[in-house]
Design a protein around this ligand. Structure first.
Ligand code: F6R
Length: 240
């Protein structure tokens, strides 16, 4: 695992965009794994800029997002599909048919999860996965637990995550209590992973990423078993 400590959020966003851009330039028909949340917004803004100035072409890129609230319609403005359209897909020359987000209205969430993993595999797997990290060490919606699920699945959100995500909703009661999420196994199959973290609130969990322990009570620590992970964090998240 490589750790790159950046001066601030702007530098994290720029560096992450350079890595994603390199991937797209090296393999124009690559498969990107994408995240939502506040952290990757700066990365997406930089990618929009690079697309506008002709540096990168997304027309042959395929994307798979990590997760989606359940149940929630894709056109609900709190859905992760809506977030991705607004922050990235509607602003770049990507073919929307090549962008995938788990279906938050799937009648059979178990079948949806299985089909999602099969679709990723059918596209040759994820070349580069972008991740954020929860304060409790969650990755996507893989929350701390004794057991984690490998594949894409329906899961309950912890109180900690419901509270953290309530800032995007009018009231905490509006936060869906469940989500469809790629499992740690789906994520670990990505060939390359970049994890972005900024701010003091992430310092404790980033510290846990620096020791050699791997535990399901901090799901992000499983990434220590992956051969190609880069953590991009600012000084605050690095505890400096
Ligand atoms: C979002 C996701 C979540 C976030 C995490 C951090 O798709 O998978 O695990 O990455 O909750 O969120 P922010 O970036 O808002 O601190």
């Amino acid at each position: 695992m490589r750790v790159i400590i950046c001066e601030n959020y702007e530098e994290i966003s720029k560096k992450a965009a350079d890595i994603v851009a390199s991937q797209v330039i090296l393999k124009p028909d690559c498969v990107l794994g994408l995240a939502t949340g506040s952290t990757p917004i700066g990365l997406y803004d930089n990618l929009v800029e690079k697309n506008k100035n002709g540096e990168i072409d997304f027309s042959n890129v395929t994307t798979f997002n990590l997760d989606e609230y359940y149940p929630l319609a894709p056109d609900n403005d709190q859905s992760y599909r809506y977030f991705m359209n607004t922050h990235l897909f509607d602003r770049i020359n990507i073919d929307k048919a090549r962008t995938h987000v788990p279906n938050g209205l799937a009648a059979d969430p178990e079948a949806e999860g299985k089909a999602y993993d099969e679709m990723i595999a059918a596209h040759g797997g994820i070349d580069l996965q972008v991740l954020g990290i929860g304060q409790n060490g969650h990755i996507a919606f893989n929350e701390p637990d004794d057991n984690l699920v490998a594949g894409t699945h329906l899961t309950g959100l912890t109180e900690n995550t419901i509270e953290a995500n309530s800032r995007f909703f009018e009231s905490i009661d509006d936060v869906p209590r469940k989500a469809l999420t790629m499992g740690m196994g789906s994520i670990m199959k990505a060939r390359k992973i970049i994890l972005l973290a900024n701010g003091k609130s992430k310092a404790a969990v980033i510290k846990e990423m620096m020791n050699d322990n791997v535990t399901t009570s901090i799901p992000a620590t499983l990434l220590k078993c992956h051969p190609d992970v880069i953590i991009l964090c600012d000084k605050e998240a690095a505890g400096m």
